[in-house]
Design a protein around this ligand. Structure first.
Ligand SMILES: NC(=O)c1ccc[n+]([C@@H]2O[C@H](COP(=O)([O-])OP(=O)(O)OC[C@H]3O[C@@H](n4cnc5c(N)ncnc54)[C@H](O)[C@@H]3O)[C@@H](O)[C@H]2O)c1
Length: 338
């Protein structure tokens, strides 16, 4: 069934990342809203959208809509998603789902009481390397995950002159607050952040995450690397094996091979040697290794009532609780419960 979609917020992220992937699915792009008439004209003309408005709440009354998507900002996500669900519409919201965990919890309660789909834009679960890793990590052969190491950096550009870091925490770090428990297959129970400021605007965090199982995770996040370099690396270790994901599209699975140096018959054994994968970036195919296309596909399945694994608002609220525990730990210096 072709779904009629309304969209709120036609800014950078929507126009460059989300909408080009949305229109690859079986949808009709029915209505858009943005406060900025120039953005409305640009995106409306690009996709031939009939209904264009500067009033996001009025967009919700467009006849025939099945679902709303939005990429605006935390306050607006909470307000517009609540209004959409109360009008009987399924919702996709970019992260962060709200400005606070309490507001995200309200959205989760509205999703429950209205029985509406509310999906959050945690596309890192769907980037090719993370998806492959997740499937390996959930096999019985991998066993339980003992630890996670990660680096998830960004550049100082956004934060120089605004070193309160609210944007860094809400818009950048929140991805890690979802990805860490997703990769580990268990909820985060404690957070301990160690902080170093290189200079105003250049913040470094070494954050430890604890789990009820005793497993350990450490993630380095900061605002002092160039966005012209790869910014993301993860490794999950089990017993005698580990999976590494580099730059969202390379993955390696290390297992327990024998030493090869003194074995004249040494070869590569598919049962024990390292498995690796990276994409062919010259394939003439409209692929999205970052995960937006796959995430939106899962959302649309949820709207149609088909089986799906789209990240729901309850996971969004949980990520916000972990984020708030990290902020408390940055202030107290102590291990904080989630
Ligand atoms: N998942 C990701 O990889 C990713 C990447 C970038 C941004 N994002 C998220 O997407 C969201 C938007 O980010 P962006 O970089 O596109 O910002 P942006 O400022 O470029 O775009 C926001 C748009 O919303 C419009 N807007 C603001 N208030 C509005 C209102 N009340 N009604 C209608 N339109 C309104 C603005 O005019 C603007 O066009 C943020 O929540 C951000 O965290 C996610």
């Amino acid at each position: 069934m072709t779904l009629n979609i309304g969209w709120i917020g036609c800014g950078n992220h929507a126009s460059e990342m989300l909408l080009p992937q949305l229109v690859r699915h079986d949808i009709r792009f029915s209505a858009i809203a943005d406060l900025d008439p120039q953005r409305l004209a640009l995106i409306g003309n690009r996709y031939g959208v009939a209904t264009r408005t500067t009033d996001a709440l009025a967009l919700l009354d467009t006849p025939g809509l099945h679902a709303i998507g939005m990429a605006v900002g935390p306050k607006q996500h909470a307000e517009f998603a609540a209004a959409a669900m109360r009008k009987g519409l399924a919702v996709f919201i970019e992260k962060p789902p709200a400005a606070t965990a309490a507001e995200a919890d309200v959205l989760a309660q509205i999703a429950d009481s209205t029985k509406q789909v509310c999906v959050v834009g945690f596309m890192k679960r769907y980037s090719t390397a993370n998806r492959i890793a997740g499937n390996i990590l959930r096999t019985p052969a991998f066993g339980s995950s003992a630890s996670l190491l990660g680096e998830y950096m960004t550049a100082p550009g956004y934060f120089v002159g605004n070193p309160d870091y609210t944007g860094f925490l809400l818009h950048h770090c929140v991805h890690a607050m979802d990805l860490v428990p997703w990769l580990m297959g268990q909820p985060v129970t404690t957070v301990h952040a160690r902080v170093h400021t290189l200079e105003p605007g250049k913040l470094l965090l070494h954050t430890g995450f604890g789990f009820a199982s005793g497993a350990l995770a450490t993630v380095v996040m900061g605002t002092h690397q160039s966005r012209g370099t790869p910014m993301e690396w993860w490794q999950v270790m089990g017993d005698h094996q580990r999976v590494e994901m580099r730059n969202v599209h390379e993955v390696r699975h290390y297992r327990a091979p024998p030493f090869k140096v003194s074995d004249p018959a040494a070869t590569l054994d598919p049962a024990t040697d390292t498995l690796g994968w990276e994409p062919n970036l010259t394939a003439a195919a409209n692929e999205d290794h970052k995960g937006y296309h796959a995430l939106i596909g899962e959302f649309l399945k949820a709207v149609r009532g088909e089986p799906n694994d789209a990240p729901r608002i309850a996971a969004g609220a949980q990520a916000m609780r972990v984020l708030e525990a990290m902020v408390r730990s940055m202030q107290s210096g102590a291990v904080e419960p989630v």
